[in-house]
Design a protein around this ligand. Sequence first.
Ligand code: M6R
Length: 657
Amino acid sequence: MCGIVAFTGTSSTVPVLLNGLRRLEYRGYDSAGLALQTRDGSLEILKRAGKVAELEQALEEAEDARPAENSGAQPADQSTSQPARCGRHTQGVTRNTIAEATTGIGHTRWATHGVPSEDNAHPQLDCSGSIAVVHNGIIENYAALRAELLERGHRFISQTDTEVVAHLIEEEYAAAHGDLVLAVRTTVARLSGSFALAVCHADEPGMLVVTRCDSPLVVGRTKNGAIAASDTPALIEYTREVYYLDDRDLAVLRENGSLQFFDPAGSAIFPTPVTIEWTLEDAERGGYPDFMLKEIHEQPRVIRDTIAGRYNADTRRISFDDVALSPRELKQIERVIIVACGTSYHAGLIGRDLMETWARVPVETAVASEFRYRNPLVTPATLVIAISQSGETADTLEAVKLARLAGAHVLAITNVVGSRITMEANTVLYIKAHLEIAVAATKSFLAQVALLTLFALYLSQERGQLESNVVSEIYAAMEQLPRQIDGILEDTGSIISCASECGDAQTALFIGRGVGATICYEGALKLKEISYVHAEAFSAGEIKHGPIALIDPEGLTDPRAQTPVVAMVCKSVTYDKMLSNIEEVLARGAKVIAVATAGDTRIAELTPHVISIPEVPECLSPLVASVPLQLFARHIALLHGANVDQPRNLAKSVTVE
Ligand code: M6R
């Protein structure tokens, strides 16, 4: 979703802002903009609907423009409408400022209020054009605030909720006799909703004020200044020591690198810095054509890191010292509810089956966006497991808040240190996926499933439900997974040829049974989100109750009309039934792509399109079978010419409900 970068220092701010905005592109956005402080006490603004590349192009044009055109108050970029309508302080970006400005704020906007356009892009300005604001989140009371401000004579240019913030700061700044920190603090007290804000004022050179509430923001010192961003990739190049702000706290950044922090009452506070564990390499493609492929290839390492240190070979026990529940409390859990969205929800479905099977406790996996609206039954004896790669998904966070209010222990499984879910939960377990940039979740899914598998073993061990030899056998099998996944990644020929077989399909069905059905849900989600091919997954036993009607009978006589059906045929108690389901769809003209255990001769008799996976215990099958489906989806998306890292309409973390 939206991205914020703010920098003030002794070097040029433009490269830092652009670099940061590029690193936030993966989050999804539809317009971008900058505000730069000039030496003569004004702000220069440049905004573009579209990609950061278009903003860069506009900056290049401004740099190439002849100095005479760029001098004084004449905007180099005449199409930047807002400056022209605003007051004396603001103008289009000039060549001099690009080179000289050392303080500025940048933004990528994912439209919520108002279409993607230059007027609606951020920064948003006050009436005089002296105050520039970039904002992530939604100001829920913006309509009432806007009405008040209009009555008092403020002029609005955009349809955004953000613009009210700039005008409120304008009033508060006057009331505070030019104290920008106080003005931002009093403004924030009037806002409801979620926000991360970065503010600069033409009359406050070398100073930025940032704040947040229910929306992420990190702050750090660099070698030659101070930086703030809505997500760590934007600042990892400049610092690995970051500060997280609590809701409505403020940070003041100055060009000499000094950082001051204040609580909502205005008292100075001194947060402890946190070191970011991952490196710049994680934010680079590292020779891969796209982040998705890089992240798929990182999965063996991710599994290794996620399971490392969780098993004690001497005691033959799984250990979760980071779970803040005593053995007694673990035994007293009466019910587990897993809440999550999208891919994390699919990981939760797998976790449910494992926990119920091994720990013999009732488990439900709920779609987080529905959870709080259905009056769910949550008690202090309920363990609520919230799964979120980003730790910022608004729907999941709302479910967590409800669970906390009901007195449940909330255990969060996330990838992002310092994310909001880590602040809301009682227990936090980190997957070790490192930064995931591609919008389509791949390595984080495998890491979530691996961690849930271990946690299910732990819960059953602590509740006395599983013998230690079973625990050690499963853990030993998990240790083999990285090598087995490497094997899949080294030999992708059959995956690519099966994907090519489906290259022209408009629709694809996925069928499986038991955990195979869940693997299919995730496989279908991958395919639809990155290739835009309509894909649906069904429990194979259900297809004859309706979905089989989707198979085009033309396929019986014309192979080009065959509906692709991806079938998950892992060895399990339902194996024979699954083969019967495959026969049923073949008899109606489907083209079956089977994902089956290596050496399965019966499936080879039914279809020539087989993707082999290594033999693993059924409970671990998602950890191998999901990998070919990720590659299958990616290849089809590439055949369609789609951008696999940044699919249309999607954002990496969905911070609005
Ligand atoms: O960050 P989260 O795990 O909470 O995100 C949840 C979903 O938005 C996410 O898994 C989404 O479905 C992915 N794009 C799937 O690839």
